[in-house]
Every structure is written in C-alpha cells, then in structure tokens.
Design a protein around this ligand. Structure first.
Ligand code: DAH
Length: 348
C-alpha cells in the first residue's frame, strides 16, 4: 500500500465496516472486541500505521494525517458504541430485576416462645412489678439445701412426698426450687423478696407429671409478714395470669418448711365458679402450695424468727401453662412437636 488514493478508499471502506459492525453489536464486551480488531496495533487501522514505512517520504505526512483522522474517528465511534451498549445492558438489568409489587408475598410464619417460657416470663413480669428480684439456683443440690435445711431431716416422713434422683449420698437433682430459699436467706439479710424459677427433677411419670418440670418459687422475709400479705399477693397474681375477677382461697395443708401451710386454689376462670370439666365441677382449681416460713427454717439460715417472718410459695410452671392454654397432657409440652407447640401459647 503506497498510494494515497488507495489509502483514502481503504479508510472509507473501514468507516463503512465500522458503521455496519456497530449495528450488529449487542454487548459492551462485543464492542470491546470489535474496537480491538480495528484499533489495536495489529488491528485493521493499526496495520495502516505499520504500512507507513513503505510510503514514499513526500507522502508520509499526508498519509499519517489521513490514518490519524481515521483513528480518531474510529475511537470516537467506539466510545459512542460502548456507551450505547452499557446503557442497553443497564436497561436490560433493570428490566430483569423489576419487582412486581402486585405479587402475593411469601407467607412468613414467625416462631414464638415455648409455652412454658411464656408462662415463666409472664410470672416474672407479674412478680417483678410487685418488687421481686430473680434468683436462679442450681439444678444439682446437696441433700442439706434440698431437704435438711428446709426442715426435712433424713428420717422425716415428708421425704416420701418426693421421689428423689440421688447422684451420691450427698448430691442430688433438686426436687424443688425451695432449695434456693436457703441459699438466699444464708447470703442476704431481710428484707428479702425473691422469685426463683428453674427446673426440678422427680422420679414421677404420668399424664400430669414429668421427671423434669419447672417450678417458680417465691420468698418474702421482712418484719410482720403474715398470711394476709400472701393472700393479697396471690390475688393480684391470679388476676393477672388468669384474668380479672379471678380470686383465691387458701386450704390448710402441710409442707415441712412452712407453718401454717396452705394449698392455694383460684376460682375457675373457665366457668367463673359455676362448675365445669376444667374445675371438675368444683368451681376451684388448685394452683400452688404456700405458707408462712417455718421458724426452724429461718433459724437454720441465721435469721431471728422473733424479729422476722416470711411467706413462701411454689408452683409448677407446666401446670400453669396447661391450665392457661387448655392442655391435658404434660408430655405435649416436652415432645417438641412443632405442629402442637405452634397451637399453644399466646401468639404474637
Ligand atoms: N416445694 C413445694 C413442692 O415442690 C412447693 C411449695 C409449697 C413451695 C409451699 C413453697 C411453699 O415455697 O411455701 O411441692
């Protein structure tokens, strides 16, 4: 190639080729490749530059100018093409990512807390509002804290009330959260107002009993604490947990660590006291055990029973959950069957 005319024709052809090419390009990547084909050193236009060597000296300037003009034009064209391609790609992407806001949403099924956890939290809320603090004891206890200090020595017949899992002659799985009462009274001076939730263990297994279940213990020690304080607190408690209008009645009972001891019933929140299947026709439902802390227990903890008195209560949280949510078999609370658990509790 040495002729200027020939060069001009060739340049025109290249322009035509680029124009045509541009119409067929569909992506910025293809545009990049095409640009390389024309503008790289070894590309079509790059080659024309190389050919300048064989151009006679008097035509070199004109030749170079023509090739440079072609190069500038091609660069500009490819820039435009690249811009166009990128814009097109962006539009395609936007179109593919478009959200149809009229589509029905994917159904979300939120989880909820286990019914016993819900009861535990509700109880803590209720008693915290009366000034109780939470104390969590340990599940492994010594015989002393679980029994002896609670006025239940080795040969005491009340030990037969609970079938105990012993780990050794000294250690056992606590049978009652009442063990926590002793730890608290040993480490804290009155006034004491604690609530102690936790797991307890007994060798017991039927529709209403499980070898592991949860209790909530309450203990108040101060000057002049009486049964009427207990009744007042429990009235507030049953109204909050079972609904307004629920009342309590105390029946004489026996626990070694309380004197007097009571069994606390609440009026049936299902029938309002008329008698139904839940209250077995009596109008009353047993909810917990309670009493005035036995003087001996206070003494065991170094608290002067002539100066201070206390009230205590303990309830099974599964029992409260079963009553509240109408469950007749305690096993349903432990089997972790989601189809069952999803139906129990306060859904939020
Ligand atoms: N610890 C008793 C039990 O497991 C429940 C109980 C009764 C706790 C009377 C108390 C109480 O604090 O005063 O059966």
């Amino acid at each position: 190639m040495a002729d200027l005319n020939e060069l001009r024709q060739r340049a025109e052809k290249i322009r035509e080729e680029i124009r045509k090419n541009a119409e067929q390009l569909t992506s910025s990547k293809a545009a990049y490749e095409a640009r390389k084909n024309f503008l790289d050193k070894k590309g079509v236009i790059g080659q024309l530059m190389q050919d300048m060597k064989s151009v006679p000296a008097d035509q070199k300037a004109e030749y170079g100018k023509t090739v440079n003009e072609l190069k500038a034009w091609a660069s500009e064209r490819f820039e435009e093409i690249d811009k166009k391609m990128r814009q097109r790609e962006l539009e395609l992407r936007y179109a593919s990512e478009k959200i149809d806001i009229t589509m029905p949403p994917v159904k979300m099924v939120p989880g909820h807390l286990h019914p016993v956890t819900q009861v535990r939290e509700e109880l803590i809320d209720i008693f915290a509002s009366m000034g109780f603090e939470v104390y969590e004891g340990t599940e492994i206890e010594t015989d002393y804290y679980n029994f002896t200090a609670l006025n239940t020595p080795q040969d005491h017949p009340a030990r037969d009330m609970q079938d105990t899992f012993y780990l050794s002659p000294e250690f056992l799985l606590r049978t009652q959260t009442s063990a926590g009462q002793i730890h608290v009274m040993e480490s804290k001076k009155p006034p004491i107002k604690i609530l102690s939730p936790g797991k307890v263990f007994r060798s017991d297994d039927d529709a209403t009993h499980s070898p592991m279940f949860s209790q909530m213990e309450g203990l108040v020690v101060d000057k002049k604490i009486t049964l009427s304080d207990l009744k007042g607190m429990l009235d507030v408690f049953v109204q909050k947990i079972f609904g307004e209008g629920t009342t309590t009645r105390l029946r004489p009972s026996y626990f070694p660590f309380t004197e007097p001891s009571v069994e606390v019933d609440c009026s049936c929140f299902s029938c309002g006291g008329k008698g139904c299947s839940l209250c077995k026709g009596t109008g009353w439902i047993e909810v917990l055990g309670a009493g005035i802390v036995n003087r001996k227990v206070l003494e065991n903890c170094g608290i002067d029973p002539d100066e201070y008195s206390g009230l205590a209560f303990g309830m099974g949280m599964e029992r409260i959950a079963m009553l509240k949510y109408g469950i007749n078999n305690i096993k349903l609370l432990f089997e972790s069957d989601l189809q069952v658990l999803e139906q129990i509790g306060d859904q939020e």
